[in-house]
Design a protein around this ligand. Structure first.
Ligand SMILES: Nc1ncnc2c1ncn2[C@@H]1O[C@H](COP(=O)(O)OP(=O)(O)OP(=O)(O)O)[C@@H](O)[C@H]1O
Length: 282
């Protein structure tokens, strides 16, 4: 088991944010965490990323207890794409992606530079490499951040050249926010390819369709606890979505693909949810 989180509880200030969350995920899986705003998804990801060390419970990564893993060893095992990255200094795109390699070397080697070039090309931002990062569009910035975490993970300038099983974990918090549909697909295909090379990928997503198409395993959070955990078919059910998001949906069969389609049920009278009540107030 690459990741075994057991009974994680966490308070921030006076508020209890996570309540006894347990999750397991294997190397080679793409695990998607979903849940309403404020459900605790980012907080859980931050616990796994070693950002909050005052949690109760245990987080075990590839057989190591997170609390006993030195910070530099953690940085070489996993890369993290956080939800809000504010980087206002005038770094170039290339410099931002180089940052992914500084966990290995303070002076980049020829191999580091090859990996950075590979990551830039994979995320289709190579042509932007001389641009100043803060001047990029939102979606372009997000693609550069994906390139940075890819550069941090890889050991060779070729995704398929190495077996990363049990060695690497990628944590993505809403990685495709602001990306156009092509780059959303590209990013999740990249995540799938990384998983095929043995990386455990844990991604927070808000898009049911992307989750349905790409997840091997899903975790649905509600109010800081686990509401359900399982396969796409087990998790993406109308009753679960109603309970967790307050919206009536229908789950349809995709006409061409094997995964389910989640659509809002917009027929008259179907919206009896808190979301719709909120809209009525407006
Ligand atoms: N540093 C903090 N101090 C106090 N409360 C916090 C802190 N960080 C998060 N919270 C609260 O914890 C709860 C969970 O936040 P979290 O960011 O994990 O939610 P989320 O599921 O990722 O939501 P979203 O979909 O909006 O990104 C929210 O109510 C949030 O306000």
């Amino acid at each position: 088991m690459m990741l075994r989180a057991k009974d994680i509880s966490l308070s921030l200030g006076k508020a209890q944010i996570l309540r006894g969350v347990s999750m397991d995920a294997n190397a080679g899986e793409l695990c998607v965490i979903m849940g309403a705003n404020g459900a605790g998804k980012s907080t859980l990801l931050k616990v796994i990323a070693g950002e909050y060390m005052h949690y109760q419970g245990s987080v075990n990564i590839a057989g190591n207890e997170l609390k006993t893993l030195p910070v530099d060893a953690q940085a070489r095992m996993r890369a993290v794409l956080s939800q809000q990255i504010t980087l206002n200094q005038p770094f170039s795109v290339m410099e931002v992606v180089n940052m992914g390699r500084y966990v290995y070397n303070t002076h980049l080697t020829a191999l580091d530079k090859e990996i950075v070039t590979y990551a830039l090309k994979t995320m289709q931002v190579y042509n932007l490499r001389e641009r100043t990062y803060p001047t990029l569009s939102g979606g372009q910035k997000q693609r550069v951040q994906m390139a940075r975490v890819l550069a941090q993970l890889l050991e060779a300038p070729d995704l398929r050249a190495t077996d990363y099983t049990g060695k690497k974990m990628l944590l993505l918090d809403e990685p495709v926010t602001g990306m156009d549909i092509l780059h959303q697909q590209l990013s999740l295909q990249l995540a799938t390819s990384l998983a095929a090379s043995g990386v455990l990928v844990v991604a927070v997503l808000h898009d049911f369709q992307l989750a349905a198409a790409y997840a091997n395993r899903m975790l649905l959070l509600k109010d800081g606890g686990v509401y359900a955990q399982g396969t796409v078919e087990e998790i993406l059910r109308p009753a679960h979505i109603k309970d967790c998001f307050g919206v009536e949906v229908a789950v349809l069969e995709h006409p061409q693909c094997h995964y389910p389609l989640v659509v809002t049920a917009a027929a008259d009278g179907l919206f009896k949810s808190p979301a719709e009540k909120a809209i009525n107030v407006l």
